[in-house]
Design a protein around this ligand. Structure first.
Ligand code: ATP
Ligand code: MG
Length: 473
C-alpha cells in the first residue's frame, strides 16, 4: 500500500507537471514527408472519420518511418471517435479487445488499426505494487494520448489530408538528432510498463539511434522488473525484436544493458549450450539478411533455431544413454524441449507443430535413397527444413555435400533425380551407410562439440535384432 502511494506521488510530480497540451504544428515544407509513402487505406480511414467531424491522424511507428523516408510496414490511426463511432464510419471494421477496445478497419489484406485517444490517468487505471499498469480503459484527449506514448519520436500525429504534423514532445527534433527519448520520467514510465526498456533497445537498434542518457541510465538497474511481465507479452516483444531486421544489434545491446537475463530464459539456455552462442548469432545474422532482401521469417523457424542446441543435447542423450534409434531419439528430444520450453515461453501451438516438423525432417536429409527424397521434397515444410539444414552446415554440423545434394535434387528433372538416387544408392552400398540406416543405430552428429559426422566403425550384422533395432525407425 505504502509503495503504491509513494509511486503515485512520484508520478504526479515527475510527469504530470510538465505535460505539453498544445502541439507544435509542422508543415509539409519542414517535415518533408513524402505523401506517396502513405498507405491509401490509412488515408481513407482518416478521411471517413474527418468527414463525420472527428479528428483522425496517422500515429506511432508509421509516422516515424515516414519521416525517415522508409515505407512503414503497418499504419495505426488515432482518433477522438469511440470504437463504435469508428465502426459506423467504415465499410468493413471489427471491434477487438476487451479491456481497451480498438477497431480493425479491413481493406482486403490490409488492416488499419484504429484506436481512440486514451486518457492519461483515468478512473479505469490500476497499477500493481511495483507501479506496473495492469488495467486502463478510459478514453481521453489528444494531448493525453500523446503523453501516454513511450518515446517522443513515437508521439507524432500526421494528418494525411492537410499534410500537417503535430508534435507534442519535440519528437521532430529528436528524429533529426537520431535520439530516442522517453516522454516524462523514464523511471516512472519503465515501472508502469517494463517492456518499454526492451522497446527502447529494439527501436534504437533498428533505427541506428542513440538512447538519450536519462532514458538509458535507469535500464540496467530496473531490468529485473521484466520478471513481472506476463510471458505472452515478452514473447511477442522478443519476436518483434528478432524479426526487426536488426536482431544481432538488438541482442548485443540487450546484453550490454543487462536485459537479456530477466527477459529470456531462452537466451540463457541457448548461451549455456556448447556452440549455443555461435549458433544463435549465426541464425540471427541470417535472419537479418533474409529480412533485408524482403524474405519472410516465420516465428516457428526462429524459435526452432533458438531451441535447437537443446534438442541436439537431448537427442544425443536419448540415443547414447537410453539406447533409442536415431529417429526415436530425435522425436523424443523434440517432444521434451517443446514440453519444457514452449510452456514457459508461451509459444503458440501452431508454431510448436511446425518446430517439431522442422527438427524431425533433419534426420530425413541423411537418407538419400529409396522414396525418401521424393516424399521429403514434397513435404510442406521442406523449404524451411532445408534452410535450417543449411544453417547447421554453416557451423559444420552437416556436411556441405549433403546440402548441395538436396539443392540439386529439389531442382532436378525426373531423369536426373533417378540418376541421383541411383548414385546415392551405389555410394551407400559402398560405404555401408545403407546397412547402418537399416539397423537404425547410427550415432547422432555431435553438434555443438565436433564439427563433422562422427566416423563409425563398421560392425558385422547381428542375426537377432536388439531392442534398439526394434524401436521406431
Ligand atoms: P514498430 O515499427 O515495431 O511497429 P511501433 O513504435 O509502431 O514500432 P507498435 O507496437 O506498433 O510499435 O506501437 C505503436 C505505437 O503505440 C508506438 O509508436 C507508441 O506510440 C505506442 N506504444 C506501443 N507500445 C507502447 C508502450 N509499451 N508504452 C507506450 N506507448 C506504446
Ligand atoms: Mg507499429
Amino acid at each position: 500500500m505504502l509503495s503504491r502511494i509513494v509511486n503515485c506521488v512520484r508520478d504526479i510530480f515527475s510527469h504530470k507537471a510538465e505535460i505539453a497540451k498544445t502541439p507544435r504544428v509542422i508543415r509539409r515544407e519542414e517535415h518533408r514527408i513524402d505523401p506517396s509513402l502513405v498507405s491509401i487505406e490509412a488515408k481513407k480511414t482518416c478521411e471517413a472519420l474527418t468527414r463525420r467531424g472527428f479528428k483522425a491522424y496517422i500515429v506511432g511507428g508509421a509516422v516515424r518511418d515516414l519521416m525517415l523516408g522508409v515505407t512503414p510496414k503497418d499504419f495505426d490511426v488515432a482518433t477522438d471517435a469511440t470504437p463504435e463511432q469508428v465502426k459506423r464510419c467504415q465499410r468493413r471494421a471489427v471491434i477487438i479487445g476487451r479491456r481497451f477496445k480498438i477497431v480493425h478497419v479491413i481493406f482486403g489484406r490490409e488492416i488499419i488499426e484504429c484506436s481512440t485517444f486514451r486518457a492519461l490517468q483515468g478512473a479505469g487505471q490500476r497499477k500493481d505494487e511495483t507501479g506496473r499498469v495492469i488495467s486502463d480503459n478510459v478514453f481521453g484527449e489528444m494531448w493525453e494520448d500523446a503523453a501516454r506514448r513511450d518515446f517522443t519520436i513515437n508521439a507524432l500525429y500526421y494528418d494525411p489530408q492537410t499534410e500537417e504534423l503535430l508534435d507534442y514532445h519535440n519528437g521532430f527534433e529528436d528524429i533529426a538528432a537520431k535520439r530516442l527519448r522517453m516522454i516524462g520520467n523514464p523511471e516512472v514510465r519503465y515501472r508502469e510498463d517494463p517492456v518499454r526498456m526492451m522497446r527502447a533497445v529494439r527501436i534504437a537498434a533498428k533505427l541506428g539511434f542513440t538512447i538519450e542518457p536519462s532514458t538509458e541510465r535507469p535500464i540496467p538497474k530496473m531490468a529485473s522488473l521484466l520478471e513481472n511481465v506476463p510471458a505472452a507479452r515478452l514473447v511477442d516483444e522478443v519476436l518483434k525484436l528478432l524479426t526487426s531486421g536488426h536482431a544481432v544489434a538488438c541482442i548485443t545491446k540487450l546484453r550490454a544493458e543487462g536485459l537479456h537475463k530477466a527477459l529470456l530464459p531462452l537466451l540463457d539456455v541457448i548461451l549455456s549450450e556448447p556452440d549455443g552462442e555461435e549458433f544463435l548469432m549465426l541464425a540471427l545474422r541470417r535472419t537479418d539478411e533474409r529480412i533485408a532482401i524482403g524474405k519472410k521469417i516465420s516465428p516457428s523457424f526462429l524459435f526452432g533455431t533458438l531451441l535447437w542446441p537443446q534438442v541436439v543435447k537431448r537427442w544425443r542423450y536419448n540415443e547414447e544413454q537410453k539406447n533409442m534409434s536415431r529417429m526415436q531419439a530425435l522425436h523424443n528430444a523434440s517432444v521434451e524441449v517443446i514440453a519444457t520450453q514452449c510452456q514457459q515461453l508461451n509459444i503458440q501451438r501452431r508454431y510448436q507443430a511446425d518446430m517439431h516438423d522442422l527438427w524431425l525432417l533433419q534426420v530425413r536429409f541423411e537418407r538419400r535413397t529409396g522414396k525418401n527424397p521424393y516424399t521429403l521434397v514434397s513435404h510442406p515444410r521442406y523449404r524451411a527444413a532445408y534452410d535450417f539444414m543449411l544453417l547447421r552446415s554453416l557451423l559444420g554440423h552437416v556436411p556441405e555435400r549433403q546440402v548441395r545434394w538436396w539443392e540439386e535434387f529439389s531442382a532436378a528433372d525426373e531423369v536426373r533425380r533417378v540418376d541421383m538416387i541411383a548414385e546415392a544408392q551405389q555410394e551407400a552400398r559402398q560405404t555401408g551407410e545403407r546397412a547402418r540406416s537399416r539397423r537404425g543405430s547410427q550415432h547422432p552428429q555431435v553438434e555443438g562439440e565436433g564439427k563433422t559426422h562422427r566416423p563409425r566403425r563398421r560392425r558385422p550384422r547381428r542375426r537377432h535384432p536388439t531392442n534398439k533395432e526394434k524401436s521406431v525407425e
